[in-house]
Design a protein around this ligand. Structure first.
Ligand code: TYM
Length: 327
């Protein structure tokens, strides 16, 4: 059997540059390596763990798949679909919930962040979020997960669940590893923290216009442009990270040199950087345009992907139910 790979993106709208650089580039690298069998999903069931709009959920989910395909995921090489079409994920998550303590879940940093962000929505689904994620991965016996650094606490839970299940019931779940891209944590455009859909102004979508990219970069905080030491954190540091990603290390070094000598013109830096980002994303915009004009293609990918994924998921679930004594 080829080694399995699983990853997913919550269906909160569109893919942003953080998703792309931190995760999707890894998805693509692995789908192109024939030693792996890859499954990539829009994880729409995870989306309901925080407040969401039922009127837009299906469209947002479809948009994630559309962006996946535009970014280079290939249904000939990977199984691409949406999580809710494979109800076995949620069934396995319930079985897994029996080997995880409530206290362990309450102490997760991601849970603590979310209950601060949504104090009115502290639900069982939110507490169970990482258990469902473990089920997503382990239902395919996947051992490799291309994702950003922020998912590491959830992968640790996945490893703990796999060990516990193997120990208690004699299942043979693998120990999952994170597959990382060179940019496992893509910074926010607005100074602190990481690029995130839930922080307005922090992100760029993959199909943003040049004007939008310019406007977002224009709002990125900077300083006087000159000093003894180039800042290691904050707005300037983040801009230099993007310069390195999109314009190369030599360009970054020339700005760093300018910072400690003649000074940087941030207006020129931001203008050149916006152009470089826009050009880099041109093939994605082009593909997105083509796919938008052929909606049936996306639906077909989702439908075919679900059929293939479901057969794999059913086989693991059956085995687990047998080992847990249901059969
Ligand atoms: P989500 O939807 O927040 O993000 C999707 C992927 O994008 C990565 N990512 C980033 N990487 C680097 N820098 C950033 N600023 C950045 N922002 C987002 C995330 O690490 C992720 O890989 N819990 C997951 C969804 C999920 C999942 C799974 C992932 C559900 N089941 C099973 C992997 C395997 C999440 O919320 O990702």
């Amino acid at each position: 059997m080829r080694l399995r790979v699983f990853s997913g993106t919550r269906a909160t709208g569109r893919l942003h540059l953080g998703n792309y650089l931190g995760a999707i580039k890894g998805y693509i690298e692995l789908q192109n390596d024939p030693q792996y069998e890859c499954l990539y999903m829009a994880v729409d069931v995870h989306t309901i763990t925080t407040p969401y709009d039922p009127k837009t959920l299906a469209v947002a989910t479809r948009n994630i798949i559309l962006d996946y395909l535009a970014a280079g995921l290939d249904p000939q090489k990977a199984i691409i679909t949406k999580q809710s079409l494979i109800p076995e994920h949620t069934e396995l998550a319930f079985l897994f919930a029996s080997v995880v303590s409530v206290a362990r879940m309450q102490h997760l940093p991601t849970y603590k962040d979310k209950i601060k962000q949504f104090p009115e929505h502290v639900t069982m689904a939110l507490l169970n979020y990482p258990v469902l994620m473990a089920a997503d991965i382990l239902i395919y016996q996947a051992s490799l997960v291309p994702c950003g650094l922020d998912q590491e606490p959830h992968l640790e839970i996945t490893r703990e669940i796999a060990r516990k299940m193997n120990q208690l019931y004699g299942t043979t779940f693998p120990e999952v590893q994170r597959f990382t891209t060179p940019t496992a944590s893509v910074p926010s455009l607005i100074g602190e923290g990481k690029m995130s859909k839930s922080i307005e102004g922090s992100y760029l979508n993959l199909t943003d216009s040049l004007e939008t990219i310019e406007a977002r970069l224009a709002a990125a905080p900077t300083d006087s442009g000159q000093g003894k030491v180039v800042p290691a954190t904050g707005g300037v540091a983040n801009l230099l990270t993007f310069v390195e990603i999109f314009e190369g290390q030599a360009k970054r070094q020339s700005y760093e040199h300018a910072y400690t000598t003649t000074g940087i013109s941030y207006q020129a830096l931001k203008r050149d950087l916006a152009k470089a980002i826009y050009q880099d994303l041109a093939p994605i915009r082009e593909k997105h345009r083509t796919l938008t004009a052929k909606p049936h293609l996306v639906d077909e990918v989702i439908h075919q992907g679900a059929k293939r994924a479901r057969a794999l998921a059913q086989s693991t679930l059956h085995e687990v139910k047998e080992k847990m004594g249901f059969v």
